[in-house]
Design a binder for this molecule. Sequence first.
Ligand code: KG4
Ligand code: ZN
Length: 336
Amino acid sequence: MYVLGIETSCDETAAAVVKDGRKVLSSEVASSLKFHKKYGGIIPEIAFRMQLETIAEVADSAIKEAGIKLGQVGLISVTCGPGLLGSLLVGLSFAKSLSMSLDIPLLGVNHLHSHIYANFLNGAPSARLPALPFLALVVSGGHTSLLQVDDFDDIKILGQSYDDACGEAFDKVARILGLGYPGGPLIEKIARTGNPKAVKFGCSDTKNPLDFSFSGIKTAVLYHVCRFAGLPVSRLNRMTKDVAASFQDAVIEALVRKSLAACRGKKINRLLLGGGVVVNNSLRERLAEEAKRNKISVYFPPPELCLDNAAMVAGFGYALFKKGKVSDLYLNAQPS
Ligand code: KG4
Ligand code: ZN
């Protein structure tokens, strides 16, 4: 069965065709990132205007690239939340129109849950796919959530960030350090030549030990950097690298410690990762190492499927459709 996925929850306009929930036949992503860069973050108005202009073209190229005809699509799977309201409405309106005019079933799916499904696309043979139940850590620009997945339609929140999301903290710290946007890849790059033990940063404690808080560490970086004023450029460069490395180290420490604690607490030894921050190699390496020591199998999607894409939306839609889920034309955006 061919599923057309549509994803417009943030700045991307993405469409993909996935066969039988596994094989990615096409995955097109158009980003309006360059128009947001000078503001240091996503401007919703700019995002959804660009999405409105590009959605039909992006979907058309996904169909062409997959080598199929629109009439062969058996399901349209679309992100209905969480995300930016205007952006979600663009994807939803497009998906609904297509569904109604061509009489193709429609299904609205959760963006965070789709990130987890990226682990099931392409690559590994079925026998090596993680068995249910498993735990999942989704770390993106908008969310940080530890989830228990008993089934694809039975997902519970064990912990989440109640202030900044992890990727958001990377973005804000990069801005403090004058690096640019999006901050995650830029921090990772300069952290490679910095000393992760140079500054003692830490993530704040949380009442529920599986929740996350990244707002305090971001403020700690800001106060630390205020002391840089007037330093010669050579020392400034060194200290910027050290701050980036120390910040990244502290964030990864919290992500790894809490994920493994959740696995131990729930006695589930399979952990799946998803979301843009999972592109980070230090996170992947540290988690793989610690998980091995704790006899936990950890799964990462390939980097291009960690960032927002529509293949994960198509794949996850297929898994839910197989369980009898389907939406009607009253399907609405669920921004939070
Ligand atoms: O999942 P995603 O593409 O979009 C959302 O659903 O939010 O994630 C984007 C986030 C941004 O905050 C970006 O800075 C972060 O992922 N990111 C990274 C890296 N690459 C992207 N964070 C840390 N290290 C990276 N290499
Ligand atoms: Zn995302």
